[in-house]
Design a protein around this ligand. Sequence first.
Ligand code: SF4
Length: 894
Amino acid sequence: MTAEAAATVRTTCPYCGVGCGVLASRAADGTVSVAGDPDHPANAGRLCSKGAALAETLSLEGRLLHPLIEGRRTGWDDALDLVARRFGELIAVHGPDSVAFYVSGQLLTEDYYVANKLMKGFIGSANIDTNSRLCMASSVAGHRRAFGSDTVPGCYEDLELADLVVLVGSNLAWCHPVLFQRLSAARAARGTKVVVVDPRATATCEIADLHLPLVSGSDVALFNGLLAHLHARDAIDHAWIEAHASGYQAALDTAQSMPLADIARITGLGEADILRFYELFAATAKTVTVYSQGVNQSSAGTDKVSAIINCHLATGRIGKPGAGPFSVTGQPNAMGGREVGGLANMLAAHMDIENASHRHIVQSFWQSPGIAARPGLKAIDMFRAVADGRIKAIWIMATNPVDSLPEADLVRAALRQCPFVVVSDIERHTDTTALAHVLLPSLAWGEKDGTVTNSERCISRQRPFLPAPGEARADWWQLAEVARRMGFGSHFRYSGPAAIFAEHARLSYIANAGTRDFDIGAYADADGAAYDALEPFHWPRSLEDYTASRQRRFFADGRFYTPDRRGRFVPTPWRQPATAVSAAWPLILNTGRIRDQWHTMTRSAKSARLMRHLAEPFVEIHPDDATRLGLASAHLAEITSAHGSVVARLLLTTRQLPGRVFVPMHWTDHFASRARVDSLVGAHLDPVSGQPELKHTPVQIRPFPAAWYGFALCCRRPVFRSEYWAVAKAKGGWRAELAGLRAPADWTETAHALLAGNGKQDGLDVLAYFDRSTGQHRFAAFEDDRLTGALFVSPEPVAVARDFIADQLDATFSAHTERFRLLAGRAPAGRPDAGPIVCACFEVGRTRILEAIRGGGGASVEAVGAATSAGTNCGSCRAEIGELIHAACLAKAG
Ligand code: SF4
């Protein structure tokens, strides 16, 4: 083996549920590089912009490296003793339901398994829930209703084999980019038809043959109409239903109760477009319906899932190559969490908490003193119980609920008054760690060792290639140590993650014999060496019939996991979202991801390259709404709901329907003054899944009355007292957007203090410019000709070449003319301005792409790619390139 090969580790991306394989290489000097794993079944060597930037997110800056009690450094023994003692005391006095674990789809399966075992088997409560509740709980509930199990029937290959792919509430291009690449390639090769059902014209629409911009919350009406249409067109597979499913007539009766005109009114779609979709679906046997957060994050999320599955059951299009309903998960290990029972209403190994024989299987296997006999509190109810004092101690692992849960300000208040809060995290400073009594340092990606399961049931290893920093330890180890201190040590004596995985595999196999979907019994005896060498594999992998269980799809034989082994149709009467617009709250807020950030940005924001795509929280609004409300492009707006308010930059776009606005989910108090979008969202839950409605919040929006705007560049993270700020990493420093209600008395003094960073202004050479006619102030600071900072201030939004300026930190400006050019906010000759980054993979900016288009090398996205490389790796920026080409064509025609 060569030295180079020895340093390369096969691991798995820690971001989205596509679960791409990554080759991570660590050079002798510690430098890490990453590449897509050509042998991983999910990505075959591809990576998206986030995956490709993983090496840029590994710095220890901001890491939590030691246990802390009340903010003071302590040793592991003291911290773990305190956790075990406080949990034990509270359980003794108030019972097991007085404590809770709130865990995460970021945890590895082994961590998840131990957490679930400790809470459900040994503490004796089911008060363990996960942030996956916010992500795909409605899919879980919909699967269980229809299939009798939480089974994803298909696999990624189905998107490549299908003749029609319907994407519902899924911005695949930004949220599952490698899957989007696979679909795009299949479409180019074989002409796959693509229908996008989404209120927004997202980047995914670039490959859509038909986009249905339905009113949010109306999906059930659309798919009920589809079922009725399939029936009317005689496109139903009655023989298959007869043999394999129940409840068709009741579901059909409900579906037929709504005429097409009503569906058009409710969905806001034209009848012709609806019928075009219905006809496509009816005529295409090989149809896959992919759904994601736009379906799940709804007060009718489970019914939306059921309405989709009904159409697939009715046509027998399930479990077949290129046909089936397909839920894609947001997080890297949402599926692994489901497999070990990480949700409050499930048991380990896909067993049911309500099922006495399942409880007996698990309890006997664990040899635990008892087992939780009823579902615990789901995420939202869990934090309500923290707020009202029923839960007195909570252990939060690898998640940031102060930002990510709805009614986020109430969650913050609940944790603030909770008697005992433990947080295990990799970051020292998050909005949640700020409220912890005990902080436990966990391992990050690159240090962790375990497995994850992606959206197509493929289990892959995350392998370490970096040493554990400081005193950080694995989450499973922290849990096992607390279990030992609580008196359960003999049941948690694991030598490492391999032993946990083997136990998990054994439990999946016990008393199974094909009665449960989740079975990885083939690995029940996997030792450390086998675990280390584990190749990605799709479950099931049973012990008895290893070859037969290598099936890639479920339900091809028409046998489900319900008591009678038949699939279930579920009637889904349409109902309105939980809240409606009113005179006070006239717009509907939608929330979601952006291409280059992950969750609350604790990792992805460490990459200056990723921050260059969208560096500031923004609100998308239709130009007509903006005009009506007196909102101007690039100004700031305050968005308010019944629960809170945020401030964000206005982005006027026809991608947004009138009456709707969109704000990304990522920004926290760590990166912006007031942009925690979930502080706006009400905790309205799906009654079956308990998933909150994150995509339909009535809001109002008004101009933020800024007296001045600023853009700053600093070597160190700047500190502001202005009413609005948003910071982002830049190359060698930080960039910041600023605004205030009142201008400082002395801009020169303010600029010097800001640009000095550490307070020392000696040796700082500050060039200043004031334009009396426009009221603009501009400052640039140099040390030995090197640019160390800049500040641009204006009564209107600052108009400078931000991305060029952000790249100039530490650059040499010896000539006076160059310095003044910089102050003018323009790129000097010989230092071209790339413009805002469009292609993060190859760092190709807007300016470069426009040049390629104008130069004749860019009549198509492919031609721009050939000229600039933009869009030729992950493909997530292809839609933006397409928009630029379209705009250029319009400008030329005009
Ligand atoms: Fe990671 Fe991107 Fe693959 Fe998702 S698509 S797993 S974020 S590389």
